[in-house]
Design a protein around this ligand. Sequence first.
Ligand code: GAF
Length: 435
Amino acid sequence: MTELVWKTAQETGAHVARVRQAFTDEFGVEPARVFSAPGRVNLIGEHIDYNGGIVMPLALPHRTFVAISPRTDGVLRVTSTQDGSETTEIAADAVAPGAVDSWIAYVVGVPWAMRELGLLGEVAGADIAVDSDVPLGAGLSSSAALECSVALAFDALASENDSDRELLAATDDGRKQLATACIKAENDIAGANTGGMDQSISLRASQGSVLTIDCRDFATTKVPLDLAAAGLSLLVIDTRAPHQLNDGQYAKRRAGCDAMADAFGEEFLSSLVTDGTEITGDVGGAVDRWREIVSAGGVEVLGEYTVETAEALLRHVLSEQLRVVETIKLFEAGEPTASTWSKLGELLTASHASLRDDYQVTCPELDVAVDVALDAGALGARMTGGGFGGSAIALVRADEQDAVAHAVREAFASRGFNEPHFLSATPEESAREER
Ligand code: GAF
């Protein structure tokens, strides 16, 4: 049988040594400090962060590392171990919306946003080397991992220079502020109008737990997740189908949702069915209200959606929010049992169907990965992240993980898809300094 390609996270010490070496090779001196931040998978709650919903991500063992030394001339120099990447140099005060058009926007946008939000004084400049084992373009949040490791680095350098400045990374509230800066960097400098789940989990994750994040105010709670104890595993299938969030499809859906929320007179669509974890309405009732608003002539502009096609967006957002609340209640009910896991599996699979049929953000590779994983015995499976490519997750019995992966690999080969890569997700730590 052909070998599967597993993308296992590197051991931390080796990874720190690698990024330090990359820094020294490029800049000729040892870096002052090293920071890292994780990628993520989202267990459930997809495309609802920007609708004020609750999401349930976990941080991956795979991390992005940055080695950094301060400069005093206001210049940012950035290098990466990625093949073909060249060192880029930019004056910190030249960073502005629309001014940076490569991946370094995710680096240099962060001190810019921290300064805009009053979290940093002047950006004195820095040399930065980046090395990551978060698979790129896999929908596993490599961009947020990069932003968050950079945010921690600038936070630390600022506090080193000013003994009165509190280290934001030292508290969860401070980390929430850093996450806000990373979101701003991604929205304003990298030009991706994403919702904030990825930065929040990368900076605020807790080892051994999924984090519920109420995206109305980014309040979090930890939900312990010990799949190994239940003989289970969360298999991540990186479909390696082309994936991009800033190609307009994501923005189109977000604009449609925002326009609908306006028409309802709500800040967030999620408020139509829930107030936090309290259920206050149902999907059918909200759809009826929508039709009333439409027939009363209350809607003119819905981005690229018509009043009819927008109904499918509404169905996904609201049903997904209700699935998340059900998931939270499953875990609140006490020690998980076999029935907890099979219900969780059903919720994951229902989430995928909604993302495929109503929100329309899947692709053939994601649908095949999910269908084949289910046929091969997974308890549930769904795409994770933004979609249009990227990764799927499958909740599997640990001793069946390889068989499920082989089934997916073979199905991909027979359809001429790219060879999928696999990882196993366990909930790991948030962004941190490496010593
Ligand atoms: C991407 C975005 F960055 C997140 O904010 C979120 O909207 C996700 O897609 C979909 O749930 O990861």
